[in-house]
Design a protein around this ligand. Structure first.
Ligand code: SF4
Ligand code: SF4
Length: 100
């Protein structure tokens, strides 16, 4: 698998870095990545005492903490903005690859 380089509008090379995963144990649910993503790729979720994901604003749930989840990976354009604002290293990104 070879990383594939795309071309920016001015002709310069662009290597996208797609969001592949968010580690639920490392994420602190700060929501910064959600705010900067223009593609609506990431959702905020609550985690219950039983480790189930739920609506983070559901008052009927006993929410222990909140995390971000990769909800719509196919919409990611690999801009890298979410990586820039994450202070915990919870995200994993990957380049666009093509079969060798
Ligand atoms: S890389 Fe860009 S498009 Fe993809 S999830 Fe992060 S901010 Fe959104
Ligand atoms: S910026 Fe990082 S720590 Fe904050 S919600 Fe997003 S993935 Fe989690």
């Amino acid at each position: 698998m070879t990383p594939r380089t795309l071309v920016s509008r001015d002709g310069s090379p662009w290597e996208p870095a797609y969001l592949e995963a968010i580690d639920p144990d490392t994420c602190i649910g700060c929501g910064r990545c959600i705010k900067v993503c223009a593609r609506d790729v990431i959702d905020l979720k609550g985690i219950t005492e039983d480790d189930d994901l739920c609506d983070p604003f559901d008052d009927d749930e006993e929410i222990v903490r909140k995390i971000s989840v990769l909800a719509r990976p196919g919409a990611c354009v690999g801009c890298g903005s979410c990586a820039k604002v994450c202070g915990t290293g919870a995200q994993r990104h990957a380049p666009l690859v093509e079969a060798a």
